[in-house]
Structure formats: C-alpha cells, structure tokens
Ligand binder design. Structure first.
Ligand SMILES: CC(C)(COP(=O)(O)OP(=O)(O)OC[C@H]1O[C@@H](n2cnc3c(N)ncnc32)[C@H](O)[C@@H]1OP(=O)(O)O)[C@@H](O)C(=O)NCCC(=O)NCCS
Length: 188
C-alpha cells in the first residue's frame, strides 16, 4: 500500500536540453539497473571523484539494488534517459534524496549527470524537482556533503537554491538548504 498519496511521481516527463536532445525524467525502478550500470561507465574519473569521493567507483549489487528501489517517502529518486544516436536507450542522470536516520526532517541529496550531458540544464531541472518533492513530503532541510573543490555543484546550489548555507564538516563542505525559505520563484 502506498502510504503517501504522491509517493510515486508522474513519470515520463520530457526535458528538452539546451542542444535539443529530448530526455525523459522517470521514477527510478529496478528496471533501470542496466541503464545505471552503463551510465556509470561513462562517468569520468573526475565526476566520479566529485560524486563518490573516489575516481573509479563501481556499484556493488547491493548498492545498485538500493539506488533503484526508492520508496518515495524516505528515499526519492529520479532517473533521466534518452535515445543515443543508434536509437538505444541511454541513462544520463540520476537525482535522489534520502532522509537521515536520526533526523527525518532532513534529507541528503545526490545528483549525477554523466559528463557528455553536463552543462545542459539537467542538474538544475533535477534539483528543482528534488526541492519540490521534498517540500511536499514535509522535509524541512536538504543537505549535500560535497568536496570543497567541487565548483560545479557549489555554483549550481548557490544559483538555484539561494537559501543554501555552506559550512565545513571535517574535510567536506556541508550545504544546507532550508526549504521553508526556499524561493521557488528564484529558480523557475
Ligand atoms: C554538479 C552537476 C550535477 C551539475 O549538473 P549539470 O547538469 O551539469 O548542471 P546544469 O547544466 O543544470 O547547470 C546549472 C548551474 O550549475 C552551475 N554549473 C554547472 N556546471 C558548472 C561548471 N562546470 N562550472 C561552473 N558552474 C557550473 C551553473 O551555475 C549552472 O547555471 P547556468 O547554466 O544558469 O549558468 C554535474 O556537474 C555532475 O553530475 N557532476 C558530477 C557529480 C557531482 O559532483 N555531483 C554533486 C555531488 S552531490
């Protein structure tokens, strides 16, 4: 039974990228496992370092199962796919939030756009959808733990989540986005 009326979001939303590529945003399910695995192989060592803190990250079966089984309440996840030149379906991005175990009103976000599709507006589109999905689920704060030299995500959050506050958490930068004060209009 679905406990939350909007637990599973609308699927198949079209996102036209700045180069005209037509991508589709879908709720992530186990069906996406092969797409996710293939997309991971197209992630550069630098993007992998920024997302997973290690230059070559391989997902274990367990991690793949977790990443593709969001429940829509504690764990919310979207995948972006499209058609490659040969007509096959290709995975190009994922975005998720997972509520903290000991602080349910806070959720940690993670965004990954594979290198050939970066700087085309996918990250912005996914961030906005995460913010809206979190807000309607009563989440009060989104959090990201990021490498201090990850300029793209710092720029993304600073520009499109203008209430973000950055503080150091050991060697990492902690970005906290209070949703009550989040100006959706600023990011529209
Ligand atoms: C961070 C990331 C998700 C951004 O996604 P993206 O699709 O490339 O971002 P967008 O094209 O939507 O850009 C949105 C904004 O981010 C900023 N930005 C994105 N890439 C940037 C870059 N290389 N340099 C500077 N600013 C950048 C800009 O402010 C941009 O706004 P603008 O287009 O209006 O100028 C993507 O670079 C990525 O997946 N990186 C590797 C993994 C990672 O670092 N994940 C974040 C850890 S949670």
């Amino acid at each position: 039974m679905t406990l939350f009326p909007d637990a599973v979001p609308r699927t198949g939303e079209t996102l036209v990228l700045s180069n005209g590529y037509r991508a589709t945003i879908n709720w992530l399910t186990a069906d996406a496992k092969p797409l996710l695995e293939a997309a991971m192989l197209r992630l550069s060592p630098e993007s992998s370092r920024r997302r997973f803190f290690t230059p070559r990250f391989r997902l274990s079966e367990r991690e793949l199962a977790f990443l593709t089984s969001p429940d829509g309440i504690r764990h919310y996840a979207l995948g972006v796919s499209g058609r490659a030149d040969d007509g096959s379906v290709e995975g190009i991005a994922t975005a998720r939030f997972v509520r903290l175990q000991d602080e349910h009103s806070t959720a940690e976000i993670a965004l990954t756009v594979i290198d050939p599709f970066q700087r085309m507006g996918v990250g912005k589109a996914l961030l906005l959808r995460l913010v809206r999905a979190a807000a309607v689920r009563g989440i009060e704060r989104l959090r990201a733990l990021i490498l201090p030299d990850n300029a793209p995500v710092i720029a993304l959050l600073s520009k499109y989540a203008p209430t973000v506050r950055f503080t150091y958490d050991g060697d990492l930068l902690r970005a906290d986005i209070p949703l009550a004060r989040y100006a959706l209009s600023a990011a529209a």
